[in-house]
Design a protein around this ligand. Sequence first.
Ligand code: TYM
Length: 334
Amino acid sequence: TPRVFSGIQPSGNLTLGNYLGALKRFAEKQDEGVETIYCLVDLHAITVWQEPEALKRQTREAAAAFIASGVDPARSILFNQSQVSAHAEMAWLLNCVARIGWMYRMTQFKDKTQGKNAENSSLGLLAYPSLMAADILTYHATMVPVGEDQKQHLELTRDIAAKFNHDYGVDFFPAPEPLIEGTATRVMSLKDGSKKMSKSDPSDASRINLTDDADTIAKKFRKAVTDPAPLPESLEGLEGRAEARNLVNIYAALAGRTAADVIAEFGGQGWGVFKPALADLAVAKLEPISTEMARLMNDPAEIDRTLTQGAGKARAIAQPILEQALDIMGMVRG
Ligand code: TYM
């Protein structure tokens, strides 16, 4: 069976972007006859400073978000990266295959160091994509559901896999395919239609957090920045209207409908009609998730047990592949 692998950084509040671009689709993949492996990438999170107690809480909260979004630890492998040491070991091997120049070209690295002294960012931040390649390749995973922003990292993963195979004259790592599907592969900020909705945006009003209550969700959509014109009568009318397009896409993804469908229903209507409808839909979909997250967070020890069990299952797949990679590269194995 084909193997799906994906990950999320437990580096803060998860957003509606993470839900629509990743979590919701992770849950759907479980019904598609594939093996599903999902990882809380805590080693990636520490490429920028994380307060240790906060990181623990965020990791448990992200695990709760996975489960509350429908990822079933009995059907999927759900674990945190640092509990499976093969990730860090494979990352070192791939660090010696990948080129420094490839890392400097990553737009995420450029964005995260923009306006700062790049020389003073962590070495891990530069090597980040090589650890991500290790995450995927250590499972020989071929399908990687992600949002649009991870596309370049997936291309780099394919380059690293190909260079390893070429350098060692083997056909060892399969090339993983990014799965960037649906109407919400790039959910934008509610304050600026040219910026991605992000857990690290300083403005809380720019995003919907999975932990926001109904009133907060309604208020954030009501205050979302848009142009004044009503919704267009056809999809083409969304050209050049980034904010309007974003809200239509969010509605479509939440409702499990196409954007064309949403325009067919709301075309010609003003924001006074559409925004409350969107808020109601978002609350209906997200409130059960935040309620379930809160319930799960009452028992952190149970979450930890789930992650540790998942790590055991992950290790059973990852360790033999790591051993083979070490052997191919010439490490003596006793
Ligand atoms: P991260 O933690 O930034 O985001 C997790 C997932 O959510 C998607 N996403 C979005 N999708 C649509 N609209 C948005 N506004 C939005 N914001 C985030 C991301 O595309 C991603 O799918 N490098 C990865 C984590 C990672 C990983 C991996 C992913 C580490 N190892 C291996 C796949 C496979 C990251 O920082 O995602």
